[in-house]
Design a protein around this ligand. Sequence first.
Ligand SMILES: [Zn+2]
Length: 274
Amino acid sequence: MERNNMLQAAQLINSAKCIIIAAGAGMGIDSGLPDFRGNKGFWRCYPELESEQLSFSDIASGTAFIEHPNKAWQFYGHRYSLYKNTNPHHGFKILLNWISDLNKDYYVYTTNVDGHFQKAGFDADKIMEVHGSINYWQCSLACNDSLLEVDEPHYDFSTLPQCPCCQRYLRPNIKMFNDPYWLSQRTFAQKSGYRRLLMRYQADEIVVIEIGAGQHIPTIRREVEVLGSPVIRINPELGPLPRGYIAIEQGALEALCAIDSALSLPKENKPCLC
Ligand SMILES: [Zn+2]
């Protein structure tokens, strides 16, 4: 069954003109990144915030950088350094190879804020970061609309970064909970690129590869479902499957390697799937 799904996935990728890579937190796990969603995972990584009864949504909030900036940067500064000093796993390269070797158009639609698609070599103009990026910083009170691109893997957070206009603290340009201060212009520009790409193709000329998208906040799953294109869902926790989805109940790297092997089989060895 699983092997048949791999072959069907390979066949869909082969015949599509355009690949939408829709990736959630599960995509980063094989690079060694933790999934911070939910208080359990959050407190496991930051036990001192549990003792202060600060939940994930207290820290991942638009007001956290105003009310307790040290604690907010304790979390986001650690994440920034972690993402900067971790390399994307081989699955990213496999996706890039499909795009170049099979001559596909593509777009990445991701809720991840780690910038790992850019780091792996994907075109920055073909990435939509729904929740923004940790590699861009803004004023915590949005006193102006500038975004500062930061590329310093060894940034020292002993002094917190300050807004050059109002001297309040900077914060990552990430959309947080209850967040009136998030500057959305960068993500909105990415979104119009994504919409323009969708208009160039019929739904059946696209294949969506949905990878590690969570069920708890189903932003990606919902986006993918309304496209009406064939979907390959890669996730060790598949959840309810809409009709017609090809399901691969594995982590990102394992599944992408398996599909890659199926894609590289010579045609005569491929069983007929009709
Ligand atoms: Zn400011």
